[in-house]
Design a protein around this ligand. Structure first.
Ligand SMILES: O=c1ccn([C@H]2C[C@H](O)[C@@H](CO)O2)c(=O)[nH]1
Ligand SMILES: [Zn+2]
Length: 131
């Protein structure tokens, strides 16, 4: 599975978004070390603060199934620039993924930004800080 294939998977995931409030669909595709792809979409709620982002949907699905090692995540939305993950997702990604893992951000126009987890959230609060 290469970068562009993972971006296509994220677009498929985006179509399943449940977004009656924002109408803003986001998709994510998380690639495991074993080559499996987990899809995630944003899922909103009438109690707005309960909305879950696409990135965290994908990660929580994978982690809860026992798939805990990943090589890349792709995220897509209909934005002018490649969609920037929110702060909450950056924090969760930084804890559950390795600092070197690839993050591919894109939009429907095909602009792509490629970075690492470490670059996504420099100076992240981490489990080390609890000790
Ligand atoms: O990277 C992002 C940014 C936003 N959202 C969702 C949250 C909410 O459902 C909607 C508008 O913020 O988009 C994501 O899923 N991922
Ligand atoms: Zn988010």
């Amino acid at each position: 599975m290469n970068r562009d294939q993972l971006l296509e998977e994220a677009k498929i995931a985006r179509e399943r978004a449940y977004v009656p409030y924002s109408k803003f669909k986001v998709g994510a595709a998380l690639l495991t070390e074993e080559g499996k792809v987990y899809h995630g979409c944003n899922i909103e709620n009438a109690a707005y603060s309960m909305c879950n982002c696409a990135e965290r949907t994908a990660l929580f699905k994978a982690y809860s199934e026992g798939d805990t090692k990943y090589t890349a995540i792709a995220v897509v939305a209909d934005t002018k620039r490649p969609v920037p993950p929110c702060g909450a997702c950056r924090q969760v990604i930084s804890e559950l993924c390795s600092p070197e893992m690839k993050v591919y951000l894109t939009n429907l126009q095909g602009a792509v930004e490629e970075l690492t987890v470490a670059e996504l959230l420099p100076g992240a609060f981490s489990p080390e800080d609890l000790t």
